[in-house]
Write a protein that binds this ligand. Sequence first.
Ligand SMILES: *Cc1c(COP(=O)(O)O)cnc(C)c1O
Ligand SMILES: [Zn+2]
Length: 409
Amino acid sequence: MNYVLGYQCTLCQEEYQADLDLYTCPGCGSKGILDIVYDYKRIKKKVTARSLAANRNYSMWRYAPFMTVRDENLDRTLRVGWTPLYTANRLAGQLGLQTLYIKDDGLNPTGSLKDRASAIAVVKALEKGMEIIGCSSTGNAASSLAGNAARMGVKTVIFVPERAPAGKVAQLLIYGARVISVSGNYYQTFELSEQAIERFGWYNRNCAINPHLVEGKKTVALEIAEQLNWDVPDWVAVSVGDGCTIGGVYKGFYDLLQLGLIERIPRILGVQAEGCCPFYTAWAESQPLEPAEENTLADSIAVGVPRNPVKALNAVKLSNGAWITVTDQEILAAMKTLGSAEGVFGEPAGVTGLAGLKKALVKGMIEGRETAATIATGNGLKDIQNALKAADGPIRVQPDFRELEKILA
Ligand SMILES: *Cc1c(COP(=O)(O)O)cnc(C)c1O
Ligand SMILES: [Zn+2]
């Protein structure tokens, strides 16, 4: 915790000392999500563009000075982060965009960006000597926690809503988690997990509640900037459920601005599914956040009551960004587009950012001469059922070459 000054509440702005070991603000209760405050002057002396260029640790831990973890366990974890950033010229051409980058976070060890938070959760639990981690999730937070914890010999108890896709539940079971499938929606699942975590004293991996985890998610932004040699794009499009990912993306760029490594923070495009868009609605109507329906096939972002509202809303506001929604049809189309144009297979929530970018271009919110990046947040193999909806079926033939010739002619 060398460079950590303390915590600051996102609601009341109260500051707390680093050694207090808090989840949320003691004054505001569970809604008082905390943000970590760093001593940028001291980080600046230690971390420079040059020191990073010489750093051979190609994982998220190359940015350990920007996080709250101690070093002792970092060389034993699964290898999370430093995923490829592709220049997607073919896709950019199709969209009418000058330059497009795709950050393929589906290539993390358990197949989603959530690994960046789960790796921290496991390391923090070990630092505190805690043997069980609890979490509720629409799927990826859970499967990623289960995998990262298994690697470190830590036990997990995981609450999933019954609608979680089979691929993600299979991951949990194979990684040896204790899985509680709740007959209810994500909100009810989350509430039940919070009660259990509190009662049994497990380490809490619920990302909004635990301020250390967004510090892991922000490494995706640190990587995008470093992979572009600190010349950041005009826009970064992010799919949004609870709001931790988009909050992390903002925080990463904010850190780099404080350290003088980048000159401006990219404008952040928050993308939600039309069937579940509490952030978009609050922004478009300048109203407080209201609970929304969870009516989308993009299960990872079907979050009617987002748990990290302030960080998410700030990410868009402070970056001069925007919110947009896309339909499930547009999400499915983006799956096919990304896969066929660039060879990147994303799950529905994994391509929602791209679908939003496409729509923002059509609406003129983003101009074709601007540069943009989008994060493919999760791997398409996790949700085969929806992938098959997005694609046309195969060509069926008898085992007969003449027939094949006719069809292919
Ligand atoms: C969790 C998740 C998101 C959204 O992250 P939030 O922090 O919930 O906003 C987006 N895509 C995928 C694949 C996810 O698993
Ligand atoms: Zn507070």
